[in-house]
Design a binder for this molecule. Structure first.
Ligand code: C5P
Length: 233
């Protein structure tokens, strides 16, 4: 079994403290090279954890889903670049995305647009005043993301197929909701196996509980890496 990390695998550090997050990264070792830090860790040392992971040679995805007036998004993005992270999410509204692109100038930080949160369905979008249903809004926002100059989008494996058909291959699609065959799906509604998600057009997979809640996180990560090896980049 290979112990080499696959740079397309991102493990979500969805735990309450940076100590717990660091322990997971130590347990996983060389099997994973890319970690996601989200809003749960941001207020309790998430940016320090980002710097520590960068110091250890890892890649870091900051899933902060920024959403504010352009001046604030631009300044926040600029502040974030100091942590050396590789990926940052913002909501996929054109002024927000353009501000993030301006704020990351001169750094290697790549920006991802979050199109429509997967917790929203058509009825909720209508209640919030949107004229589009989820599918059409996802596609519209991917188009706007590419126009705004971001590097890619977050999308489910199911959405990835249509996004690739319509908009081509020249941008990142980062896909959560990944479950190895036979794994507990938890609260995710639409899941895909690692190999299926890559085949549907994902460039990166975000995996949380199947690794961070596993009895042996290293073995769980290695099994996913093995499955990914069947689908070349
Ligand atoms: O544990 P699990 O593999 O379900 O974790 C998935 C990760 O991806 C979590 O950090 C979750 O917040 C994130 N995510 C998601 N669906 C989205 C966007 C982000 O599950 N649409």
């Amino acid at each position: 079994m290979s112990h080499t990390a696959d740079p397309r695998l991102i493990v979500a550090l969805d735990v309450p403290t940076t100590d717990q997050a660091w322990s997971i990264t130590q347990a996983v070792g060389d099997a994973v090279s890319f970690y996601k830090i989200g809003l749960q860790l941001l207020p309790v040392g998430g940016m320090d954890l980002c710097r520590r992971l960068k110091g250890a040679g890892k890649d870091v995805f900051l899933d902060f889903k920024l959403h504010d007036i352009p001046a604030t998004v631009e300044k926040a993005t600029r502040s974030i670049t100091a942590g050396g992270a590789d990926l940052l999410t913002v909501h996929a509204e054109p002024p927000v995305m353009r501000a993030a692109v301006a704020g990351r100038e001169g750094s290697k930080l790549r920006i991802l647009g979050v199109t429509v949160l997967t917790s929203y369905d058509d009825a909720m979008l209508a209640e919030m005043g949107y004229a589009y249903g989820a599918r059409d809004l996802v596609l519209r926002r991917v188009e706007q993301a590419l126009e705004a100059g971001v590097d890619g989008v977050v999308a489910s494996a199911h959405e990835a197929t249509e996004i690739r058909q319509r908009f081509g291959d020249d941008f990142l699609i980062v896909t959560p909701g990944i479950r190895p065959a036979g794994a507990d799906i938890g609260d995710q509604k639409r899941v895909a196996t690692p190999a299926a998600a890559l085949a549907q057009g994902a460039t990166h997979l975000v995996v949380g509980r199947p690794v961070n809640a596993a009895e042996d996180p290293a073995a769980a990560a290695r099994a996913i890496v093995e499955e990914m090896a069947g689908v070349p980049a």
